[in-house]
Design a protein around this ligand. Structure first.
Ligand code: PEP
Ligand code: MG
Length: 747
């Protein structure tokens, strides 16, 4: 950029800072800003359009257009040239606006005498807040340097908006960002509802010092910060676990960016035109974020994410703001994060009321923990980390996958009513705690809980569960960054058994692979991991870990009963091989003179359709079978349980699936094999009633589901349920519909 323009730009930024520093109402400040830009940059018109709501832009201040059109002229995003700039986040620079595609004439503004038009997005960290427009009588386009200077000014405007410089009660849409209500439509990671206050996992760095008076000083600060950043990245690389190829690859990318000349050059230019070092970093970060939103290529998006993370680090170095911002965690925190690892999530402990993630998946580790804690989790809440501020009121509806940020009073009221209803229902369920789940026809269903953490065990007495029907042992492996030791595991299992106070706990051996990847194991590049090398397949091919875990379980039992089951058994030979490992481990412990379990039960999870057709011998060999309905359903319907597009497509009450489940019940009855069901469907009251009617004597579910399931079971006669199912089946009617009608008739 020529020196003259650089110094003019610096002068303009200096004046903008003065506007900020002076007291005054928001509108007056913004009016002053547009005047300054028009006069200093010698344009006939300068206007700012800001969002009135997520879809509508409003002319918020102008120098040069008719003042009466301010707060009157509006356009939808995408509409006219201003709307186009907002939608595409691209500059529109034309000498003849009326000749441009999509031009919309707004007569109330008097703009017909200004044919040239240049609009730049006012954006912050990839979020478009509005559009800055300059216009002239002369038919001329802006030069590249002028566009650049406008972009710098737009960046400062965005920051000023963010800092609330234009907030006031006289100014319509101004500064409403981070104040207005926003609804996010994400996806369900874990059902449930919670209201609370936002707690950001990575609080944003707040840049208050936007304008640098002394470019040399700012350049020096930037260079020092970049040096520290490079050093940090080198240290991280040196300490990275060398086997973790993915982590090393990310750090290598960081290093590449940290040494990137073009990134550095752009920030140097920004500083030369008057920005402070941190404002320059944020300007480039904003650009990267807006590209991120548009990049179709997943690889490119990942790299832009890397650049974003690196910019955050650089901002923390420059501003001295760490994660610790001194903010006080609210009493009712709802964690908001882009994504979060299981270890970090566990550090927050059970005080979180809910979790909202921009990314994440149903089967992610965070989801597994949220499930274990029984708190609602919404994933894919795109844009929430830039919109939410620490302390904002937030309502999480895990059932619908919705998040209301800063809700309006009626929404909050409706949500509170829902929560109150849930609380009343919980109190009603608590009254059932010590009563059996006995139906009107006199059948008692065993209700057990699923668990995965020691912290889940207090729910055993409070929920009235008869035992733990599924203890997912992989969580202990997932939350560490190295393989746990046998002694550690054995101590943990012993504590779990002690906490269960004699109630049965069924430990499922390690189910890793598929979505559950251990950071310290070499990642497998599998085209279809859900059907790949997972669970017992890994256990049998690499028996070291399985043996270690079996020993830990046997030692933990020491004189107490022990129940274990193997996940994802597909053919009887796999069960036999795993059982042989268990018997060997038992024998070894006996030889070593360690106390053995009082008695053992070794079962198999039935999670693949194939196992339902195994020979009778298999059913006689196993001590029990537990149907893992989550996996079984995904393989029965060939519908990925983690894919939002298909995971709800097929109903558990589909007649083909019910017939299939009936077959499993019949085979277990014929061979006198103990049977239970431990997938998520067991925890949904209507589904649980169907399973009971089909003949499942034991259901295992999340602890909070026990109350609602018991409540419904105690109100029904399973023979009648069965009759409704059979009638619907033979009539070709939807079972769910008929059952719901029948239930409504009961009330
Ligand atoms: C299942 O598949 O139903 C099950 C209980 O196991 P997980 O959800 O851990 O795969
Ligand atoms: Mg499973």
């Amino acid at each position: 950029m020529p020196d003259r323009i650089e110094s003019e730009s610096r002068k303009l930024l200096g004046r903008l800072r003065d506007v900020m520093a002076r007291p005054g109402a928001g509108q007056a400040r913004l009016d002053r800003v547009v005047q300054l830009i028009a006069h200093e940059m010698r344009f006939d018109v300068c206007s700012v359009y800001l969002f009135r709501d997520p879809e509508t832009l409003e002319l918020s201040a102008t120098e040069g257009l008719r003042p009466e059109s301010v707060h009157k002229t509006r356009m939808r995003i995408g509409e006219g040239l201003v709307g186009r700039v907002a939608r595409t986040r691209q500059v529109v620079n034309t000498a003849d606006a009326p000749a441009e595609r999509g031009f919309r004439y707004m007569p109330e503004t008097g703009e017909e005498v200004f044919p040239s038009f240049c609009g730049v997005p006012v954006q912050r960290l990839g979020d478009v807040l509005g559009v800055l427009v300059v216009q002239s009588r002369e038919k001329d386009t802006c030069t590249a340097d002028e566009v650049y200077a406008l972009e710098v000014v737009a960046m400062v405007l965005a920051e000023m908006t963010e800092l609330g410089a234009f907030v006031g009660n006289d100014n319509g849409a101004l500064g409403r960002r981070h104040y207005r209500p926003v609804l996010f439509r994400g996806a369900t990671g874990q059902e449930g509802a919670a209201a609370g206050r936002v707690w950001l996992h990575e609080p944003r760095v707040v840049v208050t010092n936007l304008i640098g008076d002394n470019p040399d000083h700012e350049l020096g600060r930037l260079r020092d910060a970049i040096d520290s950043l490079r050093q940090q990245v080198d240290e991280m690389l040196a300490s990275a676990v060398s086997v973790d190829a993915e982590q090393v690859a990310v750090l290598e990318t960081y290093r590449m960016f940290a040494n990137s000349r073009s990134w550095m050059r752009r920030m140097e230019d920004d500083i030369a035109s008057g920005l402070s070092a941190e404002a320059a970093v944020e300007k480039e970060q904003s650009l990267a974020r807006s590209r991120m939103g548009q990049a179709a290529d997943a690889y490119l998006r990942e790299r832009l994410h890397d650049l974003d993370d690196l910019s955050n680090r650089l901002l923390r170095i420059l501003t001295g703001q760490g994660r610790e911002t001194g903010a006080q965690m609210p009493d009712d925190p709802i964690l908001v994060a882009r994504s979060i690892g299981p270890g970090e999530l566990l550090e927050y402990g059970k005080r979180l009321r809910g979790v909202v993630l921009e990314e994440g998946s149903v089967g992610s580790h965070a989801a597994i923990i949220a499930r274990a804690w029984a708190i609602p989790l919404v994933i894919h809440a795109s844009g929430i980390i830039t919109e939410a501020m620490n302390g904002d009121m937030i309502l999480v509806d895990g059932d619908q996958g919705l998040v209301h940020l800063r809700p309006e009073a009626p929404v909050k009221k409706a949500f509170d009513d829902k929560l109150a209803m849930l609380t009343r229902a919980q109190a009603q369920y608590a009254g059932l705690r010590d009563l059996p789940a006995t139906t009107l026809c006199g059948t008692t269903i065993g209700l057990h809980m699923n668990a995965g953490l020691l912290a889940d065990l207090p729910s055993l007495p409070s929920s009235g569960a008869a035992g733990v029907g599924l203890f997912r042992t992989e969580l202990q492996f997932l939350i560490r960054n190295q393989m746990p030791k046998r002694a550690e595991l054995s101590a943990l299992y012993a504590r779990i058994m002690a906490a269960a106070q004699g109630k049965r706990v069924v430990f499922r051996t390690l189910d890793i692979g598929s979505d559950k990847v251990l950071s310290y194991m070499k990642p497998q590049d599998e085209p279809n991991p859900a059907m790949g090398w997972r669970a017992i397949r890994v256990g049998l091919d690499k028996p070291g870990v399985l043996r270690m875990q079996l020993q830990a379980l046997i030692r933990a039992a020491a004189g107490r009963p022990l129940a274990i089951m193997f996940p994802f058994v597909t053919v009887p030979a796999e069960f036999r091989a795993a059982r042989a490992e268990f018997d060997k481990a038992l024998e070894r412990e006996r030889i070593l003179g360690h106390p053995l379990p009082e008695r053992v039960e070794v079962g198999a999870m039935l999670e693949t359709p194939a196992l339902a057709f195994a020979g009778d011998a298999f059913f006689h060999e196993v001590d029990f079978i537990s149907v893992g309905g989550n996996d079984l359903k995904q393989f029965f319907f060939a519908a990925d349980r983690e894919n939002e597009r298909v995971r709800r497509r097929y109903d558990m009450m589909d007649t083909a699936y019910l017939t299939f489940l009936e077959g499993i019940v019949a085979r277990c009855a014929a061979t006198d094999t103990a049977l239970s069901f431990c997938g998520e469907d067991a925890g949904r009251p209507l589904e649980a009633v169907v399973l009971a009617a089909l003949g499942f004597p034991v259901l295992s579910m999340r602890a909070p589901s026990i109350g609602p399931v018991k409540h419904l079971l105690r109100r029904v006669d399973l023979r009648e349920v069965r009759a409704v199912i059979d009638a619907a089946k033979s009539g070709g009617d939807p079972v769910r519909l008929r059952l719901t009608e029948w239930l409504a008739g009961l009330a």
